[in-house]
Ligand binder design. Sequence first.
Ligand code: AMP
Length: 286
Amino acid sequence: MSILVVGSVAFDTIATPSGRVNDILGGAATYFALAASYFTEVRMVAVVGEDFTSEHEAVLKDRGVDTRGIERTQGKTFRWGGQYLDNMNEAKTDFTELNVFEKFQPRIPKEYSDTHFLFLANIHPTLQSAVRLEMNGVRLTGGDTMNFWIQRTPKELAETLKLVNVLLINDTETKMLADDKNLPRAARKVIAMGPSALVVKHGAPALPIEEVKDPTGAGDSFAGGFMGYIASQGEINREVLKRALFYGGVMGSFAVERFGTERLQNLSRGEIDARFQLFRELTHLE
Ligand code: AMP
């Protein structure tokens, strides 16, 4: 079944112990869409500027992602700069340039109105809420956010959290959102803010990976594998959710092996399932 993601499409400037790259294609919605595309039909709502070329779009289209909801407008695409030089598990943001996101009003194409699943990737919470309210027929809504929005737009974020079924954030974000340093207690407080389920991601990949080049997008790729797998199944039950967590871990682990979206662009379902199997053996999932 189809899934719609709304979130950032970005040009990222990243430094890690393995190297440095400037203005490469990224953004939360991009990573999510690529990861989910291995499981189900993916649609996107986002905004880009004049610097977003047909080659950038081809990265998504080549994976079968429906890009009709990506609006092109005057100005520059969203830009983010971050580094993982001291800590590979958490990005230190160098800069955030909202650019075309400053005036963005999400418009959902008519053709998207029958979408079954929705993911509100990292973006201004007011935009997340606007899309969720328009897509009132969806079966399940997942969501993400980050310290940037938790600190700057707490009221707007509180409204978004009431509209999300499954929230996927990391442990630092969970503690910050709840204003509580104890993780289990913080998790309980976050659940009380609205979502019926909370997935807390720890920094390091759940699967031991030999080569971690660039952690950017790991969280969004996790979310793409998680939601994409759920959308590919007929029903949502405990077993499906457990497997979805594993597929999330698998997609996150692939994403970090190369800079940017490179590794997510040409995987095969065979490689994904082989790693799922490995993961399963390591953790004895029946
Ligand atoms: P993550 O999966 O958490 O590593 O997400 C990384 C992606 O989030 C990068 O590709 C960034 O372009 C994007 N990003 C960073 N800051 C923001 C922000 N404030 N709003 C939306 N997207 C962001």
